[in-house]
Design a protein around this ligand. Structure first.
Ligand code: HEC
Length: 447
């Protein structure tokens, strides 16, 4: 009975909905209705210097691709958003609502009317883009590779690691960080670890500056081990990610002296392509009451050896793995979740269980896609109590039916911690602070 009622009301909704979109197709215009949607959900990637192949900022940008856009938004190919919103809805969710899709489609079907011109929004967006940052102001510090790297046009992907030493007048409180590059189009993803090196007996400069992790120089990586005793922070970038920011009383401390080890995964390129990459830092004068920490669970992190069964995917096999890691710290509040797998990945799920039997959903990616990864922001602090057990479940498809399979024919694939993209990973990175009373009612102010 209830089911019938629900069905009836869905039908009713569809009828009303069609009625509405018919009616408003006459009045939908670019500046009033479409530009705000496109700026909020498309322009993070579709603007100069970012990952997408063209800009979607101005009336001309959007109207000349109207047919194409109608198609990609209708089938939900764009904007890419892979998390299951019903499991956890994230603050940076940029998937379009049905209403937004209907607005774009109605505008295109009405012949892309411009409406009253108002260039304020696009001017502001272009100004920020030209300043080389998506953040609200110029960076206080930029750490960059000393020389440009040339990704050869030989169609091969590369995993490069760069050392960027730094010696600052003093340490600083970090308000936000942002990966920066003059050529993001050739980059699949990047991550960077900030290692403090206080001991001035350790020379920051007498080691190599760059290592090709898949190449002959890979073993030179070990020259850097002496810098890696401590880690102040670990950040990353994937297409679509902008800056990482922290609420007012939260952040981490940029050490005075140390090295940044920056790993960049370059996609295959048909032409030689140069890139200079680095990280922008935004500092704040206010004290950090709550220190943001990062933990990496699974491949290359805590619990790697406890992945069950042992991490091996034979050729022509579809295989699932699980990992359980208990939180042995005091109660914590989560800010961000960053799931990571490579090209064989099919689905990823993480949740925590408590002694009480309660389950805390963390993130679910039902159809993993290596190209569209994300650092997910929680809208509110997610409680991970002391003793809770984090469960990670990953499924991988190492058959020839997986179009993303890097091996043809399929081969044995391992997680051996070297992060090669033709091998696999099952990793969950969490950014968190110690729990405080009041977190129950706190909503993060992310923008
Ligand atoms: C996370 C970054 C990202 C976001 C957000 C994004 N795009 Fe894209 N888009 C890309 C990249 C990268 C490509 C090129 C690769 C591809 O087509 O898969 C692309 C390709 C396209 C294409 C060409 C498709 C093709 O088959 O060549 C269209 C049209 C498009 N995007 C429209 C949009 C619209 C409209 C939005 C917002 C509603 C949007 N995109 C949001 C990254 C993004």
């Amino acid at each position: 009975m209830i089911f019938n009622k629900v069905k009836a009301s869905i039908l009713w909704l569809v009828v009303v909905y069609l009625g509405v979109s018919e009616g408003f197709s006459q009045s939908v215009t670019f500046y009033k209705d479409v530009q705000p949607i496109v700026h909020a959900n498309c322009a993070v990637c579709h603007r100069p210097g970012e990952a997408a192949p063209f800009s979607l900022i101005t009336y001309e940008d959007v109207s000349k691709r109207a047919k194409f856009i109608r198609k990609v938004v209708s089938i939900r190919y764009m904007p890419p958003w892979k998390a299951d919103d019903h499991y956890v809805d994230f603050a940076n969710n940029r998937s379009l609502s049905e209403q937004e899709i209907a607005t774009i489609v109605a505008w295109i079907d009405a012949g892309t009317p411009k409406g009253k011109e108002d260039k304020k929004a696009e001017k502001a967006l272009l100004e920020r883009t030209n300043a080389g940052t998506a953040y609200a102001r110029k960076p206080d510090l930029t750490l960059k590779m000393s020389e440009a790297f040339v990704q050869k046009g030989d169609g091969k992907e590369r995993f490069m690691m760069f050392k960027v030493p730094f010696e600052l007048p003093k340490g600083a409180n970090v308000e936000a960080i942002e990966f920066t590059s003059n050529n993001k189009k050739i980059i699949h993803h990047a991550n960077y670890a900030i290692h403090p090196v206080e001991d001035t007996a350790i020379n920051l400069y007498n080691t190599v500056n760059v290592v090709d992790l898949n190449g002959e120089s890979a073993s030179q990586y070990y020259q850097w081990v002496k810098y890696k005793k401590e880690m102040a922070y670990y950040g990353g970038w994937i297409p679509g990610a902008t800056y990482e920011t922290y609420p007012a009383d939260m952040g981490w401390e940029m050490p005075r002296r140390g090295v940044m080890l920056l790993t960049v995964h370059y996609g295959p390129s048909a032409l030689d392509a140069e890139s200079i990459n680095g990280v922008n830092f935004f500092f704040k004068d206010t004290p950090i009451e709550r220190k943001v920490k990062v933990i990496s669970l699974g491949s290359g992190g805590i619990g790697e050896k406890d992945i069950t069964p042992p991490f091996m995917i034979f050729a022509n096999e579809v295989k699932s793995f699980t990992l359980k890691v208990a939180n042995n710290q005091p109660d914590v509040s989560l800010l961000y979740a960053w799931p990571h797998m490579h090209q064989l990945g099919k689905s990823f799920k993480a949740y925590a269980t408590q002694a009480s039997g309660d389950t805390i959903p963390l993130v679910r990616i039902p159809a993993w896609d290596f190209r569209w990864q994300e650092i997910y922001r929680y809208p509110k602090p997610v409680l991970l109590p002391k003793g809770a057990v984090v469960h990670i479940e990953g499924t991988y498809d190492n058959t020839a039916d997986n179009p993303m399979n890097p091996h043809n024919p399929p081969q044995l694939v391992l997680s051996d911690g070297n992060m090669r993209s033709d091998q696999e990973m099952m990793t969950l990175i969490l950014m968190y602070v110690e729990r405080k009373p009041g977190d129950d009612t706190l909503t993060f102010d992310w923008e």
